[in-house]
Design a binder for this molecule. Sequence first.
Ligand SMILES: [Zn+2]
Length: 398
Amino acid sequence: MAGEDIAAGGSGKLVVKNIGLILSGDLARPILDADAVVAIDGRISAIGCARDLDFSGAATTIDANGAALTPGLIDSHVHPVAGDWTPRQNQLGWIDSCLHGGVTTMISAGEVHTPGRPRDVVGLKAMAITAQRCFSNFRVNGVKLHAGAPVIEPGLQEKDFAELAGAGIRYLGEVGLGGVKDGPTARKMVAWARKYGINSTIHTGGPSIPGSGLIDKDVVLEADTDVIGHINGGHTALPDDQIQCLCEQCKRGLELVHNGNERAALVTLRTAKELNQLDRVILGTDAPAGSGVQPLGILRMIAMLASLGEVPAETAFCFATGNTAKLRALDCGLIEIGRAADFVFLDRAQHSAGKTLLESVGLGDLPGVGMTVIDGIVRSHRSRNTPPATKLPSIVPG
Ligand SMILES: [Zn+2]
């Protein structure tokens, strides 16, 4: 298993030059007028034109060779269990495979595939804290997996949320996957979670597998989680009028997942666009699941929404980067000074009908990933999973 004990820490100075296009992750200004980025010890320290920046003393220099740079992609919805193994499809290496699809950060929506997962209060707290510890101590090839997402059950008290937050828990698992399926109880517990700084999400729509249940728009609105988890269903979506109602009647995040209903994702996107609230749209895969793991799931969502949803490709990249970082309180996701130096190098796939990266994505083609960087450290080179990129970055010999 490719992994590492954390404590990488100071990676020194990283210089990235000859960037053909910088996608910022910020909806307000998705393309930056710059061709170089500098990071020190894993944090972005400068962005601009090469002639204006100080490249001296670099520990690592990457020549982008004209490829594009985006913030590392964020998958807002995964279900990890242990290290890089998932029992859902009995698969090894799924997180590393997603890194090759440009994903550098993942958020657990609950470790619900853990065989025999406890549902009593003491047990579910212990499991969440264990998962939080395990995934922060051991990162698969540097991928930041924010795990330890407890699924609420009847009997939880306010003091339990205080205890969980104190132990480092930052996210709730999907409300509705446990015994709490009614609006009033969910609302009370979600408010406790929020009081202690724990960000929340909910399972929206029909049951995903035998044993999970229906959560309709009334429960979603009453629960008032920070994110409306898979508003396009996981897999079974709510009727269109309920989706539109959710978009219109609250301000919470609208999460679109790959393992959901694609038509319902487009309904959501169209509604958010009409409301001029594209900043609420974020992306996830909801993998591993019955549909398996999609290493390119986030890139596929970006290409699907850009090509069928009539939003510019650079906007669609924001759904998987800056939007998610803002709604999920992460320090990555934007090409901005002070943010984590998590990057993906992309270019149009060889032989795409699109002449540029953005044009190719707008036509629905997947881009090629040429390299990933997490915390200022190169984690992967040419992707083994995407189509081959036309322009590839390279490390300048020191
Ligand atoms: Zn779900």
